[in-house]
Design a binder for this molecule. Structure first.
Ligand SMILES: [Fe+2]
Ligand SMILES: [Fe+2]
Length: 349
């Protein structure tokens, strides 16, 4: 057992580091800030960041098992790729990039829905003690901190608006010229998240449906969070180029702050799912189920969707925007042909 603190109040898990200077982007007050040395500090990490490390260490000490690892190369690189993004902007068709940044911000905002999960007392679903685990803090600070990071809280903007601010810095307030609502509608965001909310039951009938819902959404969000690191690298590559976009690199700086904030999301989700994987689940009536089988079933289904239907849906939405905006340009056919020519091998398949 470690001697580190493993039990926290909700207020502690939501507590900020003191900052010397707040983060303001394009006039927008964002969460987080900068310390005395000018280093960016993520919001609500004063206790949350060391807590995640302590829970992981305690789990390894108690169960002798490592935390789940999800390699980034599980997924192919971002679509459109960097060369395609640069080509569109240089050819005078920046709108699909404006659409992509808008889509990313919108999806980030949906991530806040995780705070509406109601774990209640999760101990009754597990044979082993859950005191001092990430599982035990999901409904006592972790989901709430995550939701606030994504959608903002009180006067501080979160990731949703930070992506929109990056877009507006890079493309000099394009929302005055582009109908953003119509753009989102075309990409399938007319009525909330596309294909988002439905959770089909996969586990044995005696497993509590709410526990299955929570674990499923946690896995889905974790896969999105890890995959997003491709998006960060992609966005940084071209948003940081002052010859390509406006804002003198400030849009790329914002993306780097968002990326830093995602680390605790990946951390607590992996930790709690690992704790669930290595425990014995109790069905209604006391029937025992191996956690590895429960998490494994949900994991395989979510990963398949992420690599298959989910990717196809995003790709089709973005390609639709590329085709739409090329069709409004006098040289659109040539620009579109070159766009396809620049496709990465894996996404062209
Ligand atoms: Fe985020
Ligand atoms: Fe996140």
């Amino acid at each position: 057992m470690t001697t580190d603190q493993v039990t926290f109040t909700e207020a502690e898990l939501l507590q900020d580091h003191p900052v010397a200077e707040p983060l303001i982007a394009g006039g927008l007050r964002c969460h987080g800030g900068f310390d005395e040395d000018g280093t960016y500090v993520s919001p609500r990490t004063l206790h949350r960041a060391p807590a995640i490390e302590a829970w992981q260490a305690q789990h390894a000490a108690t169960f002798g098992r490592d935390t789940i690892h999800v390699p980034l190369d599980t997924w192919p690189e971002h679509f459109p790729n960097e060369a395609q993004a640069r080509h569109l902007i240089r050819s005078g068709v920046p709108e699909p990039l404006i659409a992509t940044l808008t889509r990313i911000g919108t999806v980030e905002g949906f991530g806040a829905n995780i705070r509406f999960l109601e774990p209640g007392d999760l101990q009754r679903h597990f044979e082993e003690d859950i005191r001092g685990t990430a599982i035990d803090h999901l409904g006592r600070g972790l989901f709430e901190a995550h939701g606030r990071d994504e959608a903002g809280w009180e006067e501080e903007a979160g990731h949703k608006d930070m992506w929109f601010a990056a877009r507006d810095l890079a493309f000099e307030s394009p929302t005055a010229k582009v109908d953003i609502d119509a753009m989102l509608e075309r990409m399938g965001f007319g009525q909330g998240p596309p294909g988002g909310a439905v959770v089909e039951r996969l586990l044995p009938a005696d497993i509590d449906p709410n526990l299955e819902l929570i674990a499923t959404l946690m896995i889905r969000v974790l896969l999105i969070e890890v995959q997003a690191f491709h998006t960060f690298a992609w966005a940084d590559a071209w948003l940081s180029d002052p010859d390509l976009v406006a804002g003198e690199g400030r849009a790329a700086d914002l993306v780097s702050y968002i990326r830093a904030d995602e680390t605790p999301h990946v951390g607590y989700l992996k930790t709690a799912l690992t704790e669930m994987r290595d425990r014995t689940w109790l069905g209604e009536g006391g029937r025992r189920h191996e956690g590895a089988a429960m998490i494994g079933t949900l994991w395989d289904t979510s990963l398949e969707a992420s690599l298959g239907a989910g990717r196809r849906q995003t790709r089709a939405a973005v390609l639709g925007e590329v085709e739409h905006w090329c069709s409004t340009h006098p040289r659109g056919a040539d620009i579109l042909a070159e766009f396809h020519h620049l496709a990465s091998v894996d996404t062209a398949a």
